[in-house]
Ligand binder design. Sequence first.
Ligand code: ATP
Length: 516
Amino acid sequence: MANTDDQFKKVISHAKEYGYIFQSSEIYDGLSAIYDYGQNGAELKKNIREYWWKAMVQMHDNIVGIDASIFMHPTTWKASGHVDAFNDPLIDNKDSKKRYRADVLVEDYVAKIEAKIDKEVAKAAKRFGDAFDKEQFLETNPRVVKYQEECNAILKRLGQSLEKEDLADVKALIEELGIADPETGSKNWTDVKQFNLMFGTKLGASAESAMDLYLRPETAQGIFVNFLNVQKTGRMKIPFGIAQTGKAFRNEIIARQFIFRMREFEQMEMQFFIKPGTQVEWYDYWKATRLKWHLSLGMGKDNYRFHDHEKLAHYADAAADIEFKFPFGFKELEGIHSRTDFDLKQHEEFSGKKLQYFDPEENKNYVPYVLETSIGLDRMFLAVFSNSLQEEDLGDGKSRTVLKLPAVLAPTKAAILPLVKKDGLPELAQKILEELKWDFNVTYDEKDAVGRRYRRQDAAGTPFCITVDHQSLEDSTVTIRHRDSMEQSRVAIDDLKSLIEKEVNVRYWLQKMNDL
Ligand code: ATP
């Protein structure tokens, strides 16, 4: 098995080599935890955003989308709790001078114990073969049970200490567990302190009249402050949702995992406004629905799991993460939060305006409860990209690097390749390209032997290669090659559009949600 560090390095270098992700301002040595999307990355990101938007907005009659500004009135962030409570507990190592998130140090310690459990499971599965019952093993194997209890106890204590803002106990926990600086091994820690993650800036020309603003740390508040605008102008009836995608900014303490944790990133959020008292049922509904959306992309059921929060944010009465198995282990990809009426009530209080809904069935006004689904677009990009990048053994000592992106998300759907650069083949290939580009993002490549061109497209993630040869001139057929199976078949040029369409259209993929 490839070392996970090596695998992750490969993901990063492949993303650069194939025009997916570049370090921002690279010629000036970059900016930490800020990245630019290249020609292929921009397309993949756009396709993921669209896949989410279609599933959430287009396919739900009662969900609409908005596009709120990044700058918001500063009182927004007082009302939301971000000015007072949007903090991460940080700890410095006195020897290495490196800064860490104290909660992440503890969580990583727990992840190591969990990895031991996984190892025991794998060993037992091998030993028992078909007779292996994973559930039973997890419940009865004494070593595994002990590991699990240890994890639970640590996470519980961490959750409680953070909840109580008992930062001294978080430090004590780190010391008791003997957690060392992951880079240097030193255990010489400072106290744990809180650090606010919002970026500040100023609005206005003169120093005296300038107003202190924040770059929004989440897109959700743009939805809450527009709740009544949308409800009234859209004549929305509860339950209904408001969705949006857009940039968010956080001055993250640790930013060492490529696009997993960025200082400038994009969120895709949806706030679902419901009748108070119905939150448990909607919480379950959105947990299940969002998981189905992920599974529809076919990236492997075992790569997802739910993690229910021990420590709840100040606004939530229930919260769970959908975690994905990244190259560095299971980590949060999306959050599902039952936010109660916290946000709307806070905005009522700070703005002095009523943010209520008149329920015609109940014949009364109330502040709706909110169920939120919140996913990082860049994190989703990393999940898709890292899962798709595979090194495939082709036998005879040969191998290929292939980026098996779900075809619906692939930046380029097909490459048109003339077998040789003469005899009228490039002209016919160009003609096919001109026709297909009305419907799909397609590319043309005539350089190098066709085998090398196939490899190049495999590595770039293009699902189809269409090769134009001499026979094409005679009978208007071409070869279509599938990236994943490498199978080739001869088809009529006139059929290309429908063949590609069938495998890349959003409907085909999203409908899989219904079968899950
Ligand atoms: P974490 O615990 O990883 O810091 P969070 O719980 O603070 O994340 P939320 O505030 O719930 O995250 O944000 C919702 C989603 O936004 C996350 O599930 C994640 O996908 C994404 N996200 C949050 N912070 C970042 C970041 N710094 N870079 C990229 N994506 C992020």
